[in-house]
Write a protein that binds this ligand. Structure first.
Ligand code: UDP
Ligand code: MG
Length: 335
């Protein structure tokens, strides 16, 4: 697009929503707000900041309420218990009313300072601007696991999920609306975001260390999310079973015919019982693995059919001074 064109079509936001899931982030809240508000003070249009308290057992909710008591434009969605990161983010997306919605973690691994760059690209006409993780400041094992995961996932999933792109992103209201119309459980949000389509682009952003403490997402849940990212987007694991079944049957038949001929012509046994037993056990293993694969799909169908609410809101809070109408657009051009 020519420069003059993009100037003409540049979006003028009326309001931006920022959604931040929080689970036991009591000790990060202040610093998060300090950095976020510093960034926001440089952006002169209307905003709402939506914190989702995902059933924290520490003082996160109180700390958030403290800030909301003195600062405008803050909303707090208090969930009825701990549901998990994708649920908390979904609650935020459902609440957000902005023309652009920023999704970021509340542990300062996602640097708020990147937001103006996201907005810049959005104004140029992109509907999804996601952070490409430049450097992961996590331990080698986890980094390696992520490296493998992103690449396996990319192989198996037919939609083009950008590599090393996490959830830290800005999405246009239209994309947010599309996400709201994907009512499935077992959500892998970066996948759904890619699935939504629209014009997407990445911006390199360094992934920082956690401000405090250990990750709140347990390894168990992280593993579950990785499975979702594959089984909710791809039927290839089942097809592998079909293809493998075909190959194994053909090879076995060939071996059977060959050993029969061998026996008839030489009078000796080609493959003894040891071979037979080992092969049988190996095949039990393969069959069990694929039973598990089928189980993964059935389990997901079961989850969907139950149709339970994906998250439950206990209460909503908003700053006393929060204005629901967008500020007049006195925007002079630069955010
Ligand atoms: N989080 C949440 N619910 C959970 C676990 C985490 O809302 O059950 C929040 C957490 O407070 C943080 C964000 O989700 O703001 C990312 O969590 P974490 O840092 O533990 O995940 P990681 O960075 O390891 O992926
Ligand atoms: Mg984190």
């Amino acid at each position: 697009m020519a420069q003059t064109d993009s100037d003409k079509n540049e979006r003028r936001p009326a309001r931006i929503s920022i959604i931040i899931p929080m689970y036991n982030e009591e000790r990060t809240v202040r610093e998060l707000w300090r950095r976020l508000s510093a960034v926001l003070s440089g952006i002169n249009f209307s905003r709402e900041i939506i914190f989702i308290n995902d059933g924290s057992s520490d003082g996160t909710l109180e700390a958030l309420k403290d800030i909301a008591g003195t600062e405008p434009d803050i909303k707090i969605v208090d969930l009825s218990r701990n549901f998990g990161h994708p649920q908390a983010v979904t609650a935020g997306i459902d609440m957000a009313r902005g023309d652009a919605v920023v999704i970021m973690d509340g542990d300062l691994q996602d640097a708020p300072e990147a937001i103006p760059r996201f907005i810049e690209r959005w104004r140029e006409g992109y509907d999804v601007v996601y952070a490409i993780r430049e450097k992961r400041k996590e331990n080698v094992l986890k980094r390696g696991a992520f490296y493998l995961f992103y690449r396996i996932q990319r192989r198996l999933v037919q939609i083009d999920v950008p590599i090393d792109a996490g959830l830290f992103s800005l999405i246009d209201a239209g994309v947010a609306d599309t996400l709201r119309r994907m009512p499935e459980r077992n959500k892998y949000l970066p996948g759904l975001r890619a699935y939504a389509g629209f014009r997407q682009t990445g911006v390199p952003v360094e992934r920082n260390e956690r401000f405090e403490g250990a990750p709140r997402v347990t390894l168990y849940r992280l593993f579950g999310l990785a499975l979702d990212a594959i089984f909710s987007y791809s039927l290839i694991p089942i097809r592998i079973a079909t293809v493998m079944g075909g190959i194994i049957s053909t090879v076995s038949l060939a071996i059977a015919v060959f050993s029969l001929i061998f026996r008839l012509s030489t009078g000796e046994t080609l493959l003894g019982w040891r071979f037979g037993l080992t092969t049988a056990f190996f095949m039990f293993g393969v069959v069990l693995v694929f039973l598990g694969v089928i189980g993964e799909y059935i389990g997901r169908i079961y989850e969907e059919v139950k149709g339970r609410p994906y998250y439950v809101v206990r209460e909503l809070y908003s700053s006393a001074t929060a204005s629901d109408s967008p500020l007049p657009d006195e925007n002079t051009g630069d955010p």
